[in-house]
Structure formats: C-alpha cells, structure tokens
Design a protein around this ligand. Structure first.
Ligand code: GDP
Length: 320
C-alpha cells in the first residue's frame, strides 16, 4: 500500500481518504498515474479480497471515506468461456466482501464497475442502464456476468437498508497499458498486440479469432480512471451509468490499427473456428453526456499507439 504525495492534484475532495482496490489492473494503473491525493492503492498480492476477514481488516486499517472498487477477476472471451465457475465464485466473493467491509467501516461513497458484456443477450440496442437484469447474458460469459450484475443488486439493497451511497459504472471494452497480454485468455486488444509481436518475431501469420466483423466500443483506461474520479465525487443516482464514447469499431479495423502501429506487414488470417462472441453491444451514452457533455475521449488510434508503445517498452515484463 502506498500513500501518494499531494502533487498533481486532480479534482478530488480534500481531507478524504480514498481506497482503490485492484490497483495493478488497467484502470488502477491509470489512476496511479493521475496521482490523486490521499489515496491508498491496494493489490491482490497484499490483500486477498475473497477472504472476508482480510477484507474487513484492510477497511478497518484504512478507514476510507471513499472507495474506487476495481478488483475483479477478468478475461477476454477465451478466459470467460474456460472459467465460468471460478469467475462467478471469485467475483461474487470479492464484491460481497468489499461492499460489506466498506459499510462496516462507515465508507460514505463507493463506486464499483460492471461491463457491457453483462447485459442480456437480447437487450434492445443501444444498451441502456435500465435493462441490465432483463434476461440472461450471452452464454460465452454468463458466470462472470451474473456475478457482476449482483454488484448493482447489492449496491441498491445497501442503499435501501443502510442509505449507502454506492454507485455502479458500466464501462465498455477498456484497453491500455498494464493490461493482461495473455494469448488465449486476454481481451482482444492485448492478445492481438502480443500475437502481432510474436508473428513479427517468428515470421508467421497473425491469427485473429472469428470473422473480424463484430463491433466493439473501445475506451482508453486513462479516460475511465478520470471518469471514476469524477463519479466518486459527483454521481449520486441509484441506477448505473455507462462510461463510453459510443464509437463502435470492427475487430477488422482494430486489427488494422494494431498492425499499423506495430509496422506488421505479414499475412493476417481470420480463424472462423474461433468464437465471434456477441456481434455488437452499442451503448446508450446519453446519461454520461448529460453530466459531461464536453468530456474528451482519447481517440482509439492514439490509445492503441500508446498501448503498443507501452507493450514494446515493457515486454517481456508484462502481465500474462
Ligand atoms: P468481449 O467484448 O467480451 O467479447 O471481449 P474480447 O476482448 O475477448 O473481444 C472479443 C472479440 O474480439 C470477439 O469478436 C473475438 O472474436 C475477437 N477477437 C479476435 N482475435 C481475438 C483474440 O486474439 N483474443 C480475443 N479475446 N478476442 C479476439
């Protein structure tokens, strides 16, 4: 755990202690870069949040006024399909423990995170915050999705019984430095960056899963970190808020951006034996726009370039 020095202030209430769980992840690492005041960052290696007594001790020690709860077990479509049971169990335990520890420690404000993959498979487009419980999620990630949906249920139930101001954000596909660059279980951006690197090194084709046709809304981790800091001070509604630019791009166009950033000139194969997953999940961004009409999103071209540069500077010391 580390207390940050007060330089590079971001807009966060003074004299408040903020606890960030899951600080080694994508958004946690981006938050560290923003260097918010009086913030304690904790990581899995220090405190196992699936263990209630360890989670409770952490909160007793830090006594946070606010919590940015990022800790979760996450993966791309491959990992979600392989580990539906463990992802369900671990995410549920982490969330149950963290929200309850926060309540017992008197934490006034807590933000936690879901993802647009938790929406019902047949939800109307664009995906709207009010529809999260209206049907089963896509079969490729149902364990993770049901566990994550319970964050909203728990937050709402705590608000009703104990007046806890616990809010929930729904970011779309986050990417950026410090991601998990696992070839089989990572999300599409880090997996493809790593695959592209190996294809260049070994002079082999780049194998992309599926048809390349699915569409995703990619959001840069630093943007989500900034929005978390905004939301923990300013968002009070009992319904979740979607964090997205609302800009969809196809996996094929994403491949183009990655290969250009890496100067890959080899063959690209789309492997139709691998899953496409959900075809698209466009999100309704009107609620966020109402609050922050001028928020500047990092363009995906720039974000991919920065992520590739970070990967090349850090490989092989990246999370796998
Ligand atoms: P999702 O948005 O929850 O489905 O998360 P992913 O980050 O796993 O994105 C999956 C999409 O990217 C699917 O359409 C996949 O077919 C496509 N894709 C292409 N190549 C890869 C890859 O190497 N890894 C992953 N995870 N997805 C890939």
């Amino acid at each position: 755990m580390k207390n940050n020095s007060p330089k590079n202030k971001v807009s966060i209430k003074e004299n408040f202690v903020t606890l960030v769980t899951g600080s080694n992840g994508l958004v946690g690492s981006a938050l560290r870069q923003l260097n918010p005041q009086n913030t304690v960052f904790t990581v899995r290696q220090e405190v196992d949040l699936t263990n209630f007594s360890k989670s409770k001790s952490l909160f007793k020690k830090v006594k946070p006024n606010r919590v940015i709860h990022l800790a979760a077990v996450v993966a791309g479509i491959g990992g979600n399909m392989m580990h539906s049971g463990s992802f369900f169990r671990k995410n549920l335990m982490i969330n149950i423990n963290v929200l309850e520890s926060a309540r017992l420690a008197g934490t006034k404000k807590l933000i936690s995170f879901m993802s647009t993959c938790i929406f019902p498979d047949n939800a109307p487009y664009p995906l709207h915050e009010k529809n999260i419980h209206d049907g089963p999620p896509h079969p490729s990630n149902f364990g993770y999705a049901y566990a994550k949906r319970m964050l909203q249920v728990q937050s709402d139930a705590y608000r009703k019984e104990w007046n806890c101001n616990y809010i929930v954000a729904i970011p779309t596909n986050i990417y950026g430095p410090h991601d998990i660059f696992n070839l089989e279980e990572g999300h599409v951006v880090p997996s493809l960056i790593h695959k592209c690197y190996l294809a260049m090194k070994n002079r082999t084709p780049l194998e992309v899963w599926g048809s390349g046709k699915p569409l995703r809304e990619f959001v840069y981790s630093e943007d989500i970190a900034k929005l978390s800091l905004w939301a923990v001070d300013n968002y009070e509604e009992d319904t979740p808020i979607i964090f997205s630019s609302g800009k969809e791009i196809s996996i094929r166009d994403l491949v183009d951006l990655i290969t250009k950033s890496m100067h890959f000139k080899g063959e690209i194969i789309f492997d139709s034996s691998k899953p496409d997953g959900q075809f698209r999940k466009p999100s309704d961004t009107s609620k966020l726009k109402k609050y922050l009409p001028n928020f500047e999103w990092t363009p995906v071209e720039k974000g991919i370039k920065k992520t590739v540069e970070w990967f090349l500077a850090n490989y092989p010391n990246v999370r796998l």
